[in-house]
Design a protein around this ligand. Structure first.
Ligand SMILES: O=C(O)c1cc(=O)[nH]c(=O)n1[C@@H]1O[C@H](COP(=O)(O)O)[C@@H](O)[C@H]1O
Length: 224
C-alpha cells in the first residue's frame, strides 16, 4: 500500500522542488504543489513534477465566484491532478461548479478552517464559536455540494469522519511529537491524525527543512 504522506513542496524554485521530490519519492505517496510553486512555474512546472510518477495534489485553494472557479478548473484539466483544493467558504454554488468542472479522475476537496487559525482568529473574521463547529458546518456543505472530501486539522477529523464515513479527509499541519509548530495552531501528530480518520496527511517543513528529508520522511512513515 502506498504511503498516506503527501509531501508539501513549498518552494518557487523548480530545481529545489525536483531535488526534494527526488530525495523522498520512495517514502511518500504523493507530491503536493501549492501556490508558491504554481505561481512561479505554472503548467510547465507541474508537468516536470509529474515525471516522478507520483500522484499530484494541486493545492491552489480556489475561492472566487462560481463562474471564475469553474473556468479556472477547466484550465487545469490537462494536468489531471489527483487532488485539487477550493475554499468551502466560497459557498454551495461555487463548490458545485468546481466539482462539475473537474475531470473525472480529480478529487475536489474543500478547505474548511485553515490549520493556522484558532478560535480567536476565526472570531476576527466574523465567525464566532469553536473551529470544530465551523469545520463540521463546512464539511456538511461540501458533502451536500457533491465534493469528494475536505481539508481540516487532526483535531476535527474524527468528528467529521463520523458524519461522512465515505469522505476523503486531507489533514495538513501535522507535527511529529515535539516538532516545531511554526504558524500551525491546531496540529496533532501524523499517527494521531491517521488514527482519527485522515485519508492522507500533508507534511511540509518537518520533511523539507530536515537535514536529510529522506530520513525525516522515513521516520514519520515508521510511526504510522
Ligand atoms: O490545503 C492545505 O494543504 C493546507 C490547508 C490548511 O488548512 N493548512 C495547511 O497547512 N495546508 C498546507 O499544508 C502544508 C503544511 O506545511 P507544513 O506546516 O510545513 O507541514 C502547506 O503547504 C499548507 O499550504
Amino acid at each position: 500500500m502506498s504511503s498516506p504522506i503527501y509531501v508539501a513542496i513549498d518552494t518557487p524554485e523548480l530545481e529545489k522542488a525536483q531535488a526534494l521530490a527526488g530525495q523522498v519519492r520512495h517514502h511518500v505517496g504523493g507530491l503536493k504543489l501549492g501556490l508558491e510553486f504554481f505561481c512561479a512555474n505554472g503548467h510547465h512546472g507541474v508537468h516536470e513534477m509529474m515525471k516522478f510518477g507520483l500522484p499530484i495534489f494541486l493545492d491552489l485553494k480556489l475561492h472566487d465566484i462560481p463562474n471564475t472557479v469553474a473556468k479556472a478548473i477547466q484550465s487545469l484539466h490537462v494536468l489531471e491532478p489527483a487532488i485539487l483544493t477550493v475554499h468551502a467558504a466560497g459557498g454551495r454554488a461555487m463548490l458545485e461548479n468546481a466539482k462539475a468542472a473537474a475531470g473525472a479522475h480529480t478529487k475536489v476537496v474543500a478547505v474548511t478552517v485553515l490549520t493556522s487559525l484558532d478560535d480567536g482568529d476565526l472570531l476576527d473574521t466574523g465567525v464566532g464559536g469553536r473551529a470544530e463547529d465551523q469545520v463540521a458546518r463546512l464539511a456538511d456543505l461540501a458533502r451536500s455540494a457533491g465534493l469528494d472530501g475536505i481539508v481540516c486539522s487532526g483535531a476535527e477529523v474524527a468528528l467529521v469522519r463520523q458524519a461522512w464515513p465515505e469522505g476523503f479527509f486531507v489533514v495538513p499541519g501535522v507535527r511529529p511529537a515535539g516538532g516545531a509548530m511554526g504558524d500551525q495552531k491546531r496540529a496533532v501528530t501524523p499517527r494521531e491524525a491517521l488514527d482519527r480518520g485522515a485519508s492522507i496527511l500533508v507534511v511540509g517543513r518537518p520533511i523539507s527543512l530536515a537535514e536529510n528529508p529522506d530520513t525525516a520522511a522515513r521516520e514519520i512513515e515508521a510511526t504510522l
